[in-house]
Design a protein around this ligand. Structure first.
Ligand SMILES: CC(C)(COP(=O)(O)OP(=O)(O)OC[C@H]1O[C@@H](n2cnc3c(N)ncnc32)[C@H](O)[C@@H]1OP(=O)(O)O)[C@@H](O)C(=O)NCCC(=O)NCCS
Length: 173
Protein backbone atom coordinates (compact mmCIF):
# COMPACT_ATOMS: atom_id res chain seq x y z
CA UNK A 1 0.00 0.00 0.00
CA UNK A 2 1.42 3.41 -0.95
CA UNK A 3 2.37 6.26 1.36
CA UNK A 4 0.60 9.64 1.18
CA UNK A 5 1.63 12.99 2.69
CA UNK A 6 -0.55 13.97 5.66
CA UNK A 7 -1.21 17.34 3.99
CA UNK A 8 -3.24 15.68 1.21
CA UNK A 9 -5.92 14.81 3.76
CA UNK A 10 -6.50 18.39 4.94
CA UNK A 11 -10.19 19.23 5.32
CA UNK A 12 -11.33 22.74 6.31
CA UNK A 13 -14.91 23.67 7.27
CA UNK A 14 -16.23 27.04 8.40
CA UNK A 15 -19.55 27.62 10.22
CA UNK A 16 -21.26 30.54 11.95
CA UNK A 17 -22.86 29.92 15.36
CA UNK A 18 -26.62 30.60 15.01
CA UNK A 19 -29.12 30.70 17.92
CA UNK A 20 -30.22 27.14 17.20
CA UNK A 21 -26.65 25.91 17.79
CA UNK A 22 -26.32 27.29 21.33
CA UNK A 23 -26.77 26.16 24.94
CA UNK A 24 -28.47 28.08 27.79
CA UNK A 25 -25.45 30.37 28.12
CA UNK A 26 -25.69 31.40 24.44
CA UNK A 27 -22.47 29.56 23.68
CA UNK A 28 -22.04 26.86 21.05
CA UNK A 29 -23.62 23.56 22.22
CA UNK A 30 -20.88 20.93 22.64
CA UNK A 31 -22.86 18.28 20.74
CA UNK A 32 -23.14 20.59 17.73
CA UNK A 33 -19.38 21.13 17.69
CA UNK A 34 -18.82 17.36 17.97
CA UNK A 35 -21.05 16.84 14.93
CA UNK A 36 -19.22 19.48 12.87
CA UNK A 37 -15.83 18.05 13.88
CA UNK A 38 -16.93 14.49 13.06
CA UNK A 39 -17.92 15.57 9.52
CA UNK A 40 -14.73 17.51 8.97
CA UNK A 41 -12.62 14.60 10.26
CA UNK A 42 -14.55 12.05 8.16
CA UNK A 43 -13.81 14.07 5.01
CA UNK A 44 -10.14 14.14 5.96
CA UNK A 45 -10.06 10.35 6.52
CA UNK A 46 -11.83 9.84 3.19
CA UNK A 47 -9.31 12.09 1.40
CA UNK A 48 -6.48 9.94 2.75
CA UNK A 49 -7.90 6.58 1.66
CA UNK A 50 -10.62 7.50 -0.90
CA UNK A 51 -12.89 4.81 0.58
CA UNK A 52 -15.98 4.76 2.82
CA UNK A 53 -14.99 5.55 6.40
CA UNK A 54 -16.79 5.13 9.73
CA UNK A 55 -16.07 6.71 13.10
CA UNK A 56 -14.58 4.02 15.37
CA UNK A 57 -13.94 6.21 18.38
CA UNK A 58 -13.56 9.76 19.61
CA UNK A 59 -10.28 9.47 21.48
CA UNK A 60 -10.10 12.90 22.98
CA UNK A 61 -12.00 16.21 22.98
CA UNK A 62 -11.06 19.31 24.91
CA UNK A 63 -13.50 22.21 25.08
CA UNK A 64 -10.86 24.68 26.18
CA UNK A 65 -12.78 27.86 25.44
CA UNK A 66 -16.51 28.61 25.06
CA UNK A 67 -17.57 29.80 21.59
CA UNK A 68 -20.25 32.54 21.65
CA UNK A 69 -23.29 32.91 19.41
CA UNK A 70 -22.37 34.75 16.21
CA UNK A 71 -18.79 33.45 16.20
CA UNK A 72 -17.21 32.21 12.98
CA UNK A 73 -15.75 28.76 13.65
CA UNK A 74 -13.17 27.08 11.44
CA UNK A 75 -12.29 23.40 11.80
CA UNK A 76 -9.13 21.98 10.26
CA UNK A 77 -8.82 18.19 10.15
CA UNK A 78 -5.77 16.24 9.07
CA UNK A 79 -4.58 12.65 9.40
CA UNK A 80 -1.72 12.07 11.85
CA UNK A 81 -1.12 8.35 11.27
CA UNK A 82 -2.72 5.26 9.82
CA UNK A 83 -2.29 1.65 10.91
CA UNK A 84 -3.87 -1.17 8.88
CA UNK A 85 -7.47 -0.04 8.34
CA UNK A 86 -7.66 2.69 10.98
CA UNK A 87 -6.70 6.36 10.73
CA UNK A 88 -6.15 8.86 13.52
CA UNK A 89 -7.46 12.32 12.62
CA UNK A 90 -6.72 15.54 14.50
CA UNK A 91 -9.24 18.39 14.40
CA UNK A 92 -8.10 21.88 15.41
CA UNK A 93 -10.87 24.42 16.00
CA UNK A 94 -10.38 28.17 15.65
CA UNK A 95 -12.51 31.28 16.05
CA UNK A 96 -11.61 34.56 14.41
CA UNK A 97 -11.69 38.15 15.57
CA UNK A 98 -14.69 39.79 13.86
CA UNK A 99 -14.08 43.41 14.79
CA UNK A 100 -10.77 44.22 13.12
CA UNK A 101 -7.78 42.00 12.66
CA UNK A 102 -9.47 38.67 11.86
CA UNK A 103 -6.80 37.07 14.04
CA UNK A 104 -7.47 33.40 14.76
CA UNK A 105 -7.61 31.85 18.24
CA UNK A 106 -7.44 28.10 18.75
CA UNK A 107 -10.27 27.15 21.10
CA UNK A 108 -10.75 23.39 20.81
CA UNK A 109 -9.05 20.20 19.72
CA UNK A 110 -10.28 16.67 19.10
CA UNK A 111 -8.80 13.36 18.03
CA UNK A 112 -10.93 10.85 16.15
CA UNK A 113 -10.25 7.33 14.85
CA UNK A 114 -11.86 6.30 11.57
CA UNK A 115 -11.83 2.90 9.89
CA UNK A 116 -12.02 2.38 6.12
CA UNK A 117 -14.60 -0.25 5.21
CA UNK A 118 -15.79 -2.07 2.08
CA UNK A 119 -19.42 -2.26 0.96
CA UNK A 120 -20.13 -4.96 3.54
CA UNK A 121 -18.66 -2.86 6.37
CA UNK A 122 -15.49 -4.96 6.64
CA UNK A 123 -12.26 -3.08 7.47
CA UNK A 124 -9.87 -2.61 4.53
CA UNK A 125 -6.25 -1.51 4.23
CA UNK A 126 -5.38 2.18 3.87
CA UNK A 127 -2.20 4.00 2.70
CA UNK A 128 0.43 4.84 5.31
CA UNK A 129 1.13 8.47 6.23
CA UNK A 130 4.16 10.57 5.37
CA UNK A 131 4.61 13.18 8.14
CA UNK A 132 6.62 16.18 6.92
CA UNK A 133 6.15 19.23 9.20
CA UNK A 134 7.30 19.22 12.84
CA UNK A 135 3.69 19.15 14.05
CA UNK A 136 2.85 16.26 11.71
CA UNK A 137 5.88 14.34 13.02
CA UNK A 138 4.96 14.98 16.68
CA UNK A 139 1.40 13.81 16.11
CA UNK A 140 2.58 10.78 14.10
CA UNK A 141 4.94 9.77 16.92
CA UNK A 142 2.22 9.94 19.61
CA UNK A 143 -0.42 8.08 17.62
CA UNK A 144 0.59 4.54 18.60
CA UNK A 145 0.36 5.46 22.27
CA UNK A 146 -3.12 6.98 21.80
CA UNK A 147 -4.25 3.95 19.76
CA UNK A 148 -3.19 1.57 22.54
CA UNK A 149 -5.00 3.67 25.15
CA UNK A 150 -8.20 3.73 23.02
CA UNK A 151 -8.04 -0.03 22.49
CA UNK A 152 -7.58 -0.68 26.22
CA UNK A 153 -10.52 1.60 27.09
CA UNK A 154 -12.75 -0.19 24.57
CA UNK A 155 -11.71 -3.60 25.91
CA UNK A 156 -9.93 -4.57 22.69
CA UNK A 157 -6.42 -4.71 24.13
CA UNK A 158 -5.02 -6.02 27.40
CA UNK A 159 -3.01 -3.41 29.36
CA UNK A 160 -0.06 -5.83 29.52
CA UNK A 161 0.11 -5.83 25.69
CA UNK A 162 0.34 -2.02 25.46
CA UNK A 163 4.07 -1.72 24.84
CA UNK A 164 4.03 2.05 24.29
CA UNK A 165 2.06 2.80 27.44
CA UNK A 166 4.24 0.57 29.56
CA UNK A 167 7.25 2.59 28.42
CA UNK A 168 5.38 5.77 29.37
CA UNK A 169 4.23 4.76 32.84
CA UNK A 170 6.93 2.26 33.79
CA UNK A 171 10.20 3.55 32.30
CA UNK A 172 13.09 1.08 32.66
CA UNK A 173 15.05 1.63 35.91
C1 LIG B 1 -15.23 0.43 13.52
C2 LIG B 1 -15.53 -0.97 13.01
C3 LIG B 1 -15.51 -1.00 11.49
C4 LIG B 1 -14.41 -1.88 13.55
O1 LIG B 1 -14.75 -3.19 13.14
P1 LIG B 1 -14.19 -4.47 13.91
O2 LIG B 1 -14.91 -5.65 13.43
O3 LIG B 1 -14.13 -4.19 15.38
O4 LIG B 1 -12.78 -4.58 13.27
P2 LIG B 1 -11.39 -4.80 13.94
O5 LIG B 1 -11.42 -5.25 15.36
O6 LIG B 1 -10.65 -5.63 12.94
O7 LIG B 1 -10.79 -3.33 13.92
C5 LIG B 1 -10.54 -2.66 12.70
C6 LIG B 1 -9.64 -1.49 13.03
O8 LIG B 1 -10.33 -0.59 13.87
C7 LIG B 1 -9.55 -0.33 15.01
N1 LIG B 1 -10.44 -0.08 16.12
C8 LIG B 1 -11.57 -0.75 16.42
N2 LIG B 1 -12.13 -0.23 17.52
C9 LIG B 1 -11.33 0.77 17.92
C10 LIG B 1 -11.36 1.69 19.01
N3 LIG B 1 -12.34 1.67 19.92
N4 LIG B 1 -10.37 2.60 19.10
C11 LIG B 1 -9.37 2.65 18.20
N5 LIG B 1 -9.30 1.81 17.13
C12 LIG B 1 -10.26 0.89 17.01
C13 LIG B 1 -8.71 -1.58 15.21
O9 LIG B 1 -7.57 -1.34 15.99
C14 LIG B 1 -8.37 -1.92 13.77
O10 LIG B 1 -7.34 -1.03 13.35
P3 LIG B 1 -6.20 -1.52 12.32
O11 LIG B 1 -6.87 -2.27 11.20
O12 LIG B 1 -5.58 -0.25 11.81
O13 LIG B 1 -5.26 -2.37 13.09
C15 LIG B 1 -16.91 -1.50 13.54
O14 LIG B 1 -16.85 -1.62 14.95
C16 LIG B 1 -18.05 -0.60 13.15
O15 LIG B 1 -18.52 -0.64 12.04
N6 LIG B 1 -18.53 0.22 14.10
C17 LIG B 1 -19.62 1.13 13.85
C18 LIG B 1 -19.09 2.40 13.18
C19 LIG B 1 -20.17 3.44 13.09
O16 LIG B 1 -21.30 3.16 12.77
N7 LIG B 1 -19.78 4.68 13.40
C20 LIG B 1 -20.71 5.76 13.47
C21 LIG B 1 -21.13 5.88 14.88
S1 LIG B 1 -22.78 6.44 15.02
Amino acid sequence: MKQKPASESLSVMTEIVLPNDTNNLNNLFGGQLLSWMDRCAAISAHRHCRRTVVTATVNHVSFKQAIPQGAIVTMEAKISRSFTSSMEIFVDVFTEDQRGTGERTKCNEAIYTFVAVDQLGNPIEVPSVLAISDLEKTRFDGALRRRQLALILSGKMKPEDATELKALFFPPA
